[in-house]
Ligand binder design. Sequence first.
Ligand SMILES: N[C@@H](CCC(=O)N[C@@H](CS)C(=O)NCC(=O)O)C(=O)O
Length: 211
Amino acid sequence: MTTLYFRNGTCALAPHVVLEWIGAPYEAVPVAAGSALLLELNPAGAVPVLKEDDGWILTQGGAILRYLAAKHPEAGLGGSGGLRGAAELDRWSSFLTGDLHPSFFPVFGPMRYTTDPSDEGRAKVVEAALGLVRKRLNLLEAHMAGREWILDARSVVDAYALPMLRWGRAKLPEQLERWPALGGLVERLEADAAVRRVLAVHAGSVETRTA
Ligand SMILES: N[C@@H](CCC(=O)N[C@@H](CS)C(=O)NCC(=O)O)C(=O)O
């Protein structure tokens, strides 16, 4: 069976939602940050990690999402296909994995981005990072004008945007008020029964720190 290793509050929410949308059997296993298990699965120490029952391991959220979409074409989560359809999926997956997601890294771990150990120094890093988050949300907001989903129909990239929009809502003082299309997207996703099931599993997950 496919196994997804996840941590509450992380981008692993996205493949977990996609597995629920697909509806094929899978297992979701909470894994603690820094644990021996996580480092064995992924030497980068990051989630998400996907493992197939023959032992094959796939890391990198964007790759996992596109693998799942291609493995389950019947779920219709891989965009409209064809040369340009595939490129659009690639474009927005790349934007999320390479632009929007990294803009949050200093928000969650400012100490990694400054040698200044003071609270003030770290607060400045967070402030600068939130400025970049806003710029990248502006780009996605502009794209979403008049659209229900990021591509022409619901797809893996909507699931991918979900954790990042939730981070933005939680970390920005103005929440998502300045980005009504993105606020609408996150509301649509959070109203989905599969998303609610996954959020409940994440909220109740217990991780055992093994190292
Ligand atoms: N490029 C990786 C980044 C994954 C990543 O940064 N995951 C975060 C959670 S959202 C994590 O586990 N970070 C742990 C760490 O950096 O120590 C991906 O897209 O999968």
